[in-house]
Design a protein. Sequence first.
Length: 132
Amino acid sequence: LSSSSSIKNFLDKYDWRRSEENWMIKLSDLYNTQPREESIEDYIKKKIIETMNRIIFHKIENTHALFDNILWIKLPKELFDFSDAVQFRHDIFHRNWKNSIWENLIFNNEDIQSLWLAVLNFIEKTEIAIDL
């Protein structure tokens, strides 16, 4: 989000109707809610980054579209095959280590190692794509 065009692109293309991020506010409220020490543009940028972080780390099924359509970064779709891991994380944090039918989660060191390698691969490929 280093340019005004990428901010505009996010605001134009992000599907706010399907979003749980309901921070659409009236222009008059924008001036009143942003901290005085930052510009309105910086405040909007901060809110967009917060929204993107929630998408990237909680809505993995929407992450590919975020990178491709909004950030203009092409990544292979198979990099985003984290749905099992995201569900596992959800079950750990929100269901007290139980799955959707309230059975105890079962995992081993191999499962954790596999997930760790997939995350490292995602980070590495993403950093290459955005040229960090």
